[in-house]
Design a protein around this ligand. Structure first.
Ligand SMILES: [Zn+2]
Length: 338
């Protein structure tokens, strides 16, 4: 795990330490290639690896297959995901299927997928979260991450703050369904959320210390999920709400932005301190309502009604679903819709 100013320069050493030799395949996007992809390619070549690049546009199963094809053609021995999320998810899934290692090189800190073993992929037009391998290394250059639009970092905070309701849902499932509950993973997950909420005042654009804090909390989420053996510590009803919005809203917002807003409402349903969640997101500059998400009120209510059916096996505070009047009430009281 390398987190800090200019650590991208050490990517060759990281590969050497991990005994990754031979042909690298860099998975990156159009913008992120210029931000870091080209640099990674040069650094790997000067460290003695050959480096090919594959450009991606959407995180779909078809793109995973395209990357696997390219990896076979170029006889790639390891992959690197260089990007804000999509490229990392694609490299993660393609490398898992190819049974070769991959390195995560985030250019933004917008969600905890940068260090986790889960990948968000669109399959048959539907977004879903699938099991994959965790990265062999994470190289998070805070100089690059703090230069990304602040919206991404604020979204990353939303993804971490959502740990609070995820753990509450997990506890509920443990009480009502006798589901396994991991105390240690739950404690680690809550701590990451607490650190972000307590630092809300000091998370600012262009501050490398903010980027460093958020990256560490996102990496910690990946660790908590690995310890738990599931995404339970970092994904509950608020994530199901976000996945429902991805399917329903014509123009969904960022994952972490939607999860943050979902956390406000799910905390209300849990009878917890939803105002604290809302205040922290506000201070950070993350969206706290439908308007700021750029999503119409009706889609918020619809997503609340559908959220419980996203993962029926995952028991949460949403139980068997909300009634229309209950969904409208939670969204209104928490000022998510007006
Ligand atoms: Zn998430």
């Amino acid at each position: 795990m390398l987190i800090g100013h200019g650590v991208l320069e050490e990517i060759g050493d990281v590969c050497r330490d991990l005994k990754l030799k031979g042909n690298a395949l860099i998975v990156t996007g159009n913008t992120t290639r210029d931000v870091a992809g080209k640099r990674v390619s040069k650094l790997l070549e000067s460290a003695g690896s050959s480096a090919e690049t594959v450009l991606t546009c959407r995180a779909t199963i078809e793109e995973v297959e395209k990357i696997m094809q390219k990896a076979l053609e170029t006889e790639a021995t390891f992959l690197l995901g260089v990007g804000s999320g999509r490229s990392i998810d694609l490299a993660k899934l393609a490398s898992t299927r190819l049974e070769i290692p991959f390195i995560s090189v985030p250019t933004a800190a917008s969600h905890d997928g940068i260090a986790s073993s889960r990948a968000s992929i669109i399959d048959n037009g539907k977004s879903s979260s699938v099991q994959a391998q965790a990265p062999s290394a994470v190289v998070a250059d805070t100089e690059i991450i703090s230069a990304a639009p602040f919206r991404f970092l604020a979204a990353g905070c939303g993804d971490i703050i959502s740990n609070y309701t995820a753990v509450m849902d997990w506890e509920l499932a443990s009480r009502l369904r006798n589901e396994y509950f991991g105390e240690y993973a739950a404690a680690l997950s809550r701590m990451a959320a607490r650190v972000i909420i307590e630092s809300a005042d000091s998370i600012k654009p262009d501050h490398e210390t903010s980027a460093r804090l958020v990256v560490k909390a996102l990496v910690s989420n990946g660790v908590a999920m690995s310890i738990a053996g599931s995404s339970r510590p970092a994904s509950g009803s608020e994530h199901m709400f976000s996945h429902a919005l991805d399917r329903i809203a014509p123009r969904p917002a960022l994952h972490g932005e939607q999860c943050g807003v979902g956390t406000i409402m799910m905390m209300y349903l849990h009878g917890g301190n939803w105002q604290e969640i809302r205040d922290a997101l506000k201070k950070i500059g993350a969206p706290t309502n439908a308007e700021e998400l750029g999503i119409e009120d009706k889609y918020i209510v619809e997503a609340l009604l559908h959220a419980h059916s996203i993962r029926p096996d995952r028991y949460t505070i949403l139980g068997n679903g909300l009634t229309l009047s209950a969904a409208e009430k939670v969204a209104r009281i928490t000022k998510v819709i007006s």
